[in-house]
Ligand binder design. Sequence first.
Ligand SMILES: Nc1ncnc2c1ncn2[C@@H]1O[C@H](COP(=O)(O)OP(=O)(O)O)[C@@H](O)[C@H]1O
Ligand SMILES: [Mg+2]
Length: 376
Amino acid sequence: MMNTLRALIISPDKELTENLEGALSEASFTVVKEEELKDESLQQGYAVAFIDDVFLKEQSSLWTPPNMYVVAVAKERNFDAVRAYMKLGVYDVIVEEEESDRLKDLVHHLKEKVERGEFSAATADSYQAQGKVLSFYSSKGGSGKTLLSTMTAQCLKGKHKKDVVIIDLNAQFGGLDVTFGLEHNRSYYDLKPVLDELAIHHIQNVAITHEQTGIDVILGPSNPEQAEEVEDELISRMIRVCKEHYDYVIVDMPSGVSALSFMGLNEASHIYYVLNPDSMSLRVLKHTLTLFDRFQLGKKQGLSLILNRTDKKDEMTEADVKKIIEVPVGGVIRSDYFGLQPLLNMGMPFFLGNGKKAKTKVTKDVERFVEKSVVS
Ligand SMILES: Nc1ncnc2c1ncn2[C@@H]1O[C@H](COP(=O)(O)OP(=O)(O)O)[C@@H](O)[C@H]1O
Ligand SMILES: [Mg+2]
């Protein structure tokens, strides 16, 4: 295994070379350094090559072996240059000064790829089976979309060992940053410049891997102007690329009907409508179902309800809902404010990889829902 981890650094810049070597050695790559780009060097069976972009600037083509990952190292961020390097077949571009954190992530990401024997050629990805896209939606805010999408993702990952990415389609105060306790620094807005050649490594660059659970989390832009600039196309491409790479793509949808929420619903393999058992929520659902009909949503995708925050004293029971609405009920989740609050306040995950889970009614019910309606 060890001898497959060979990396080449090509740069005349001593300091840069040292930085790269540090990051690569730390991830147990064996490193060879060269000061100039020569075709022969690229043919020596390296798994990874970091090439200073002084050598790529004037290049109109670059021959690299199909199983080698080439990373361009740029002095500054310049989207035209990034595009040009991507066209040369470079796997990723890293900006020297700005991205020391990302360098580490990238090196680990490449290491995993190499160890799994995946090839860099784009065609390799298309052999993979497609994952499922589960969109959590309701027209009403505060019904529990963010909480239940978070828990479902954590249960799929922690208990069922699935590869999971969760996407926050709520612009601005999304909520996944809170349920996962994450800082809001990268978002899918950053995918805009690479939209035309969007690939999984771009997505993994903007995703944040949640430490305690191992789930990849993609947050929305926190800046409202940026949020407005996100095209529907970006959302739909992002979801499609994710689907090729993960077992489950969980989408936390905003409330209401907009172009963006339409995209998140349209790309879904299954829509879970989160319904609180009260007459107001039910009225909103009925209205939404007529909209779904009009936009042909929910037939192709599959639609079910999750009754959330149920309580013995409810105005309405599961049986009542079933009488009024024809959509199947995929899950029933009890209300447990006092069970959840301490966990939410501390930003604690609900399900962990070691099989441990928080003891609340909600986690118990989500576990049952996942077992019965999602993985079966
Ligand atoms: N089953 C439940 N029991 C107790 N509190 C809940 C439950 N479901 C959701 N909540 C709480 O309700 C609030 C709104 O939930 P959230 O997931 O943010 O809704 P949405 O994303 O639909 O706007 C949050 O404070 C959440 O913790
Ligand atoms: Mg929400």
